[in-house]
Design a protein around this ligand. Structure first.
Ligand code: AMP
Length: 383
């Protein structure tokens, strides 16, 4: 029996979460709704997730003793970020089930391994090449025409650790500024739109996906998500199928996000290319908190608890999620006054530029039930 099949939590059990950001916070809140407790492990004393749990461990991921004590306190362990150090994952997995499995991190922490994995499944990505020096960058450019995007293989997020490479650029300078020995060069994708699929997979292999979401980035940071994406049904089915295949091929337990590009393809149907897999709940799934019967956070908790997944139903016709980034959060009072808006603040300070401080969900209008006039007040035809 695999580790994941052994987990069957009961209300009152405790889930350990690595990482104390807003994702950990929203996971803990979803767990609480299901009668489950959470304990957060984070090295940052200002972790927003600490505010919503009774027990927290504030220690470094290299602190083996703290990891062991944390593992002993909980029934199952999960994570809210993909860069969990392999050594920490090993210590934890030896003591308690760690879900999703730590081997998945080996694939998703490395852009090259991730692209190779997706390509092996026969799923399209941007053309890419391994780059480990200026000379291999030159070679890669010979295969992948410019413009192209160079990305560090590890630890990149929100556009950090990547740069656009154009004709005539100083390659030595780009390579030095990237500050790594392992990178990939990707063809620049002239996408029509960016989409993502949030998929959940249970230990039994059941997969449930939320509607395909369309994402708009500003300065490489997600600004707005819209669900469902304004794409033809055929394309949506293709995107959902890709996410389900990836989840199954990884033998995944929990929620993952697959970010994709939709690219025009002449007179033919547009193509879907996978950009990135996030082995965790994802910003583009935040709309599910207010816009669906079950949120991505609850799905993840259900999956790692060994509980049946929900079959999420969308509440509105068109849902918009707007991130409040940096100073934008200072306008929360105005958002609170917007009819129908659901405001989420993560309790972070200070609002540094580029920092995700909160989000707002607006569920597209549906005609609600009309209040029936009190009996006897309906004017009758005969007066
Ligand atoms: P990533 O860190 O790979 O998710 O990239 C962040 C954002 O940069 C994406 O959401 C895209 O908007 C943009 N981007 C990344 N890779 C490419 C590419 N190969 N072509 C065009 N835009 C890209």
């Amino acid at each position: 029996m695999s580790t994941s099949n052994r987990v069957k939590l009961k209300p009152g059990n405790t889930i350990g979460i690595l990482g104390g950001g807003q994702l950990g916070r929203m996971l803990a809140m979803a767990a609480a709704r299901l009668g489950l407790r959470c304990q957060i492990f984070s090295p940052d004393p200002d972790s927003p997730a600490f505010d919503v749990v009774l027990n927290a461990t504030c220690a470094e991921y290299a602190d083996v003793e703290a990891l062991e004590t944390f593992a002993n306190d909980v029934d199952v362990i999960t994570y809210e970020f993909e860069n969990v150090p392999a050594s920490a994952a090993l210590v934890l997995a030896a003591r308690r089930p760690l879900l999703p499995d730590r081997k998945i991190l080996e694939t998703t922490q490395d852009r090259l391994a991730e692209k190779n994995f997706v390509t092996k499944l026969g799923i399209g990505t941007a053309a890419y090449a391994d780059v480990s020096s200026v000379s291999s960058l030159r070679e890669a450019i010979a295969h992948i025409s410019l413009p192209a995007v160079i990305k560090t293989r590890r630890f990149g997020y929100d556009g950090k650790g990547q740069a656009l490479v154009r004709e005539g650029d100083d390659l030595s300078q780009i390579w030095t500024e990237l500050g790594t020995k392992s990178a990939i060069l990707e063809a620049f994708v002239p996408f029509e739109r960016e989409i993502s699929v949030i998929a959940a997979r249970s230990a039994d292999g059941e997969v449930e996906c939320f509607d395909v979401t369309e994402n708009e980035h500003r300065d490489h940071i997600l600004k707005i998500s819209r669900a469902p994406a304004a794409i033809p049904d055929e394309l949506a089915q293709e995107a959902l199928g890709i996410a389900a295949r990836i989840a199954t091929a990884l033998d995944y337990v929990g929620v993952l996000a697959v970010e994709m590009f939709v690219v025009a393809n002449g007179a033919a149907r547009p193509k879907v290319l996978v950009n990135e897999i996030a082995p965790r709940v994802h910003n583009s799934g935040h709309w599910t908190l207010d816009g669906a019967s079950i949120s991505q956070f609850e799905q993840h908790i259900r999956a790692i608890a060994g509980w049946p997944l929900g079959r999420p139903a969308r509440h509105g016709n068109a849902i918009t999620m707007t991130n409040l980034i940096g100073d934008e959060v200072l306008g929360y009072q105005e958002w609170l006054a917007v009819p129908g808006a659901s405001v989420h603040l993560y309790g972070k300070s200070p609002p540094r530029p580029g920092r995700k401080m909160g989000h707002v969900t607006q569920v597209g209008h549906k005609v609600g039930h009309k209040l029936a006039p009190p009996v006897g007040t309906t004017p009758s035809k005969d007066g």
